[in-house]
Write a protein that binds this ligand. Structure first.
Ligand code: PHE
Length: 365
């Protein structure tokens, strides 16, 4: 290649030179004007040419060098004008992924699902029923006497009939007197679901019914007008109280750990005979005594008993052939013992600072 051709080739190269980053600008500088750069080397060659050629090409050589310097400045200021963000590759593949804030399951859902799962392991299915119930399923079939106080307006939310004529009995406005014809109510427990299961299923029956229940309570740290239950029912030939106790012992150990023990105290429910309250050794203080167990070392966690033969008969199951046990617990209560939530109202305020704390548990359950 003659000197003229080399000059022309470099002129073209300068024209086309591009740089997107400061590094590329520097590479361009080194390649052209550095100690071993193309233009620097061309000047070395130029020293050796004849004086005739020097005269002919000297000016063009100087212009080439100036053009290279000008191009370098142009590229440098263009890259600087783009700002630092553009100086690296546009994606940093080594950067950690952006984390979207995670939602969480509600603590009551988490505990409800765990309770259901623990019973599922020993063969209990899950049953659901309506939250608006009739008297028969919520009370009648369960042996509540017609004048049982649980049917009273104090405890039960009755649902007004869609038919305004139903609001009057013998011409008296029952919405004022409280003598409302109580054909429908918000269920006060999920025992109503068990009635529905017994009415439609031939034993053996092993099922739990989780769900919302409603009672007319003043809202406080310890009570709410809506809460959640998981009730359980087992009906088969020869079901015994010992099996009830064994099942609940299995449940509490599965939920709270192998060290907890349970005890049963005689109690009363219209639909079970005999009936018992189940206490668990206090997991908060380990039995030493604390506020949660009212310094007794025991916390009440559920009610239970052998299904009253009259209830089986009400649901079309022969009590001579079958027996069964039932139990029922409040999910909020179990959750309180696990999460130590001091005030029931926190469950329903939906404060994200409260709910966020259950994100990890959501993905464990
Ligand atoms: N239905 C009872 C309640 O709501 C709980 C219970 C269920 C008790 C089954 C005994 C047997 O309080």
């Amino acid at each position: 290649m003659s000197l003229t051709e080399r000059i022309a080739a470099l002129e073209a190269e300068l024209e086309n030179a591009k740089a997107r980053t400061a590094d590329e600008v520097e590479k361009f500088r080194v390649a052209m004007l550095g100690r071993n750069g193309a233009i620097t080397e061309l000047f070395e060659t130029f020293k050796q040419v004849t004086s005739e050629e020097k005269r002919a090409l000297g000016q063009r050589m100087n212009q080439l060098k100036q053009a290279a310097q000008a191009r370098l400045e142009t590229l440098r200021s263009a890259v600087e004008a783009e700002g630092p963000a553009q100086q690296g590759p546009s994606i940093d593949l080594s950067a950690p992924a952006l984390t979207e804030p995670l939602g969480s399951h509600h603590p009551i859902s988490i505990i409800r699902d765990r309770i259901v799962e623990v019973f599922g392991r020993i063969g209990f299915t899950v049953s659901h029923g309506p939250e608006v119930e009739d008297d028969h399923h919520n009370f009648g079939a369960l042996n509540f006497a017609p004048d049982h106080p649980a049917r009273d307006m104090q405890d039960t939310f009755f649902v007004r009939s869609a038919d305004p004529a139903q609001d009057r009995i013998d011409g008296i406005d029952t919405t004022i007197t409280g003598l409302h014809p109580n054909e429908l109510a918000l269920r006060t427990h999920t025992s109503s679901v068990q009635v529905r299961v017994m009415e439609t299923t031939k034993p053996p029956i092993r099922t739990v019914s989780p769900g919302r229940v409603y009672r007319n309570e003043a809202i406080s740290a310890r009570a709410h007008c809506m809460f959640h239950q998981v009730e359980g029912l087992y009906v088969d030939k020869g079901v015994s109280f010992a099996e009830l106790k064994g099942t609940l012992d299995y449940f509490t150990k599965s939920m709270f750990g192998p060290d907890v023990t349970i005890r049963m105290r005689p109690s009363y429910f219209p639909f079970t005979e005999p009936s018992a309250e189940v206490d668990m050794s206090c997991t908060i203080c380990g039995g030493a005594g604390c506020n949660i167990c009212k310094h007794s070392g025991w916390v009440e966690i559920m009610g239970c008993g052998m299904v009253d033969p009259a209830v089986l008969a009400n649901c079309g199951i022969d009590p001579e052939e079958y027996s069964g046990f039932a139990f029922g617990m409040g999910v909020e209560r179990i959750a309180q013992l696990i999460y130590r939530v001091p005030d029931l109202r926190m469950y329903w305020e939906n404060d994200v600072r409260f709910l966020d704390q259950f994100t990890a548990a959501t993905f464990r359950s």
